[in-house]
Design a protein around this ligand. Structure first.
Ligand SMILES: [Cu+2]
Length: 148
């Protein structure tokens, strides 16, 4: 029995050390800062980014989103296009912009949450930010994708 338990624990430990899926948790509220600015994942991992807007003023809370860019794409250059995309939640929908993004979590208000799922691509630094106008200054970070 004890051997079996030890074996089971070993299995659990092993699977936790080499996960093929990872969940990243991020939140923000009316203070306009993200709860985390840096994440590390491994190339090939299935990543689930769960974003919560923890603002407590409901509809009156500041709205936020999360845009994840591909390596080499700078936030400053991309944010200009976001400012002009109010109709689509401050996320541009043209072909070039879509190619520059890994994806995005939609714009949400206080008390809401939303998710983005993607497979971690080539190793590198993937910048993320909130594209609501004027927010990226304080609301930004990076997902570092490590080689397998
Ligand atoms: Cu924001």
């Amino acid at each position: 029995m004890r051997t079996l338990l030890a074996f089971f624990l070993l299995l659990v430990t092993a699977s936790a050390q080499t996960p093929d899926a990872v969940k990243l948790e991020l939140s923000a509220d009316d203070r306009m800062v993200f709860s985390k600015n840096s994440f590390e994942v491994t190339s090939g991992q299935k990543v689930t980014l769960v974003f919560k807007n923890t603002g407590t003023k409901g509809e009156k809370s500041m709205k936020h989103n999360v845009v994840v860019l591909k390596p080499g794409i700078t936030i400053v250059s991309f944010a200009v296009k976001c400012n002009a995309a109010a109709a689509t939640g401050y996320v541009p929908v043209d072909k070039e912009s879509k190619e520059q993004m890994v994806g995005h979590v939609k714009l949400i208000g206080g008390g809401q949450s939303a998710t983005l799922t993607f497979t971690a691509g080539e190793p590198g630094e993937y910048r993320f930010f909130c594209s609501s106008p004027g927010h990226f200054d304080k609301m930004q970070g990076k997902i570092v994708v490590k080689p397998k």
